[in-house]
Write a new protein. Structure first.
Length: 119
């Protein structure tokens, strides 16, 4: 992979990381402000449901954040773009579409076909 391609992917990863971190900060601020202005039990109930949904979204984002950090680490140590399963290079188009992927398309398809989560 060319150095310019890696730089573009790294920039994309850093942008995604920044978006996630900013969203988490906004979520915390909004949660704090909303909790101070609840008038009755029905508003409290709606707020709690909203909080639960927000927490589920944040958990997913934290998982993505870990994958992004792992990809950035691989860029730093020169192993980025190598499939963790078969060690073959991951295609550039796949990396551009999902820059924090760790599996080539063949290994990902195999994983999906054998995992009960995907059936």
């Amino acid at each position: 992979m060319k150095s310019a391609e890696i730089i573009a992917i790294k920039d994309s990863l850093l942008d995604q990381k920044s978006v996630i971190l900013n969203r988490q900060k906004e979520f915390k601020t909004e949660s704090l402000m909303a909790s101070l202005h609840l008038a009755d039990e029905s508003e409290q109930s709606v707020f709690e449901q909203s909080q639960n949904l927000g927490l589920q979204i944040r958990e997913k984002e934290i998982q993505v954040l870990h994958q992004i950090e792992k990809a950035l680490s691989k860029i730093a140590d020169g192993t980025y773009g190598q499939c963790e399963s078969c060690s073959d290079p991951i295609g550039l188009k796949r990396l551009q579409a999902r820059p924090f992927t760790s599996l080539c398309i063949s290994c990902k398809e195999e994983q999906e076909s054998t995992s009960p989560l995907y059936q």
